[in-house]
Ligand binder design. Structure first.
Ligand code: MG
Length: 167
């Protein structure tokens, strides 16, 4: 199934350079809301800042790919000094293609990191790259997302029913 998680991490900080290296992943596409920070927040949690530093030090290329508007995405990404794409229309995979070209990596070297199965996981699947799912950092604020979370539930459950672990 296109949206059943393949990998679930407790949060982004549990994704390690060693784990990525083992999979041959050298570039990450990052969602913002409920992945790097709380929904709609411009604050960057300290542990996520440390994690971004660890990734950079390990030579992992990073690009933000968010469905948010420019005014949500740009200030957050610029504060972090990260490349970014806004209004990305995930689950459509076109922004992932653009991110790949910008990062100058092969498709098999990329993974998508996000919290929503119907956006991030599906975009990754449609683009043919691994989706590294994280448990959402906090509550969702948008009505659409709240509705989609209801549909997501059984797909998260399927991951755990198959013996999947929160990494
Ligand atoms: Mg999100």
């Amino acid at each position: 199934m296109l949206i059943t998680p393949e990998y679930v991490f407790k949060d982004v900080t549990h994704i390690t350079p060693e784990w990525l290296a083992e999979k041959g992943i050298t570039a990450l596409v990052l969602d913002i809301d409920n992945t790097l920070t709380a929904d709609r927040s411009q604050e960057l949690p300290e542990e996520v800042a440390v994690w971004l530093g660890t990734m950079r030090k390990a030579g992992v290329r990073l690009t933000i790919v968010s469905n948010g508007a420019e005014k949500r995405v740009r200030p957050f990404a610029q504060k972090l000094g990260l490349a970014y794409l806004y209004r990305s229309a995930k689950p459509l995979p076109f922004a992932l293609m653009a991110a790949q070209h910008r990062m100058g990596v092969k498709r098999r070297q990329m993974a998508m990191v996000g919290d929503q199965l119907y956006a991030d996981r599906m975009a990754a699947a449609l683009y043919g790259i691994p989706g590294l799912m994280v448990v959402p950092r906090g509550p969702d604020l948008g009505a659409q997302v709240i509705l989609k979370r209801k549909w997501e539930k059984k797909h998260w459950q399927k991951y755990y029913d198959r013996g999947g672990k929160t990494l």
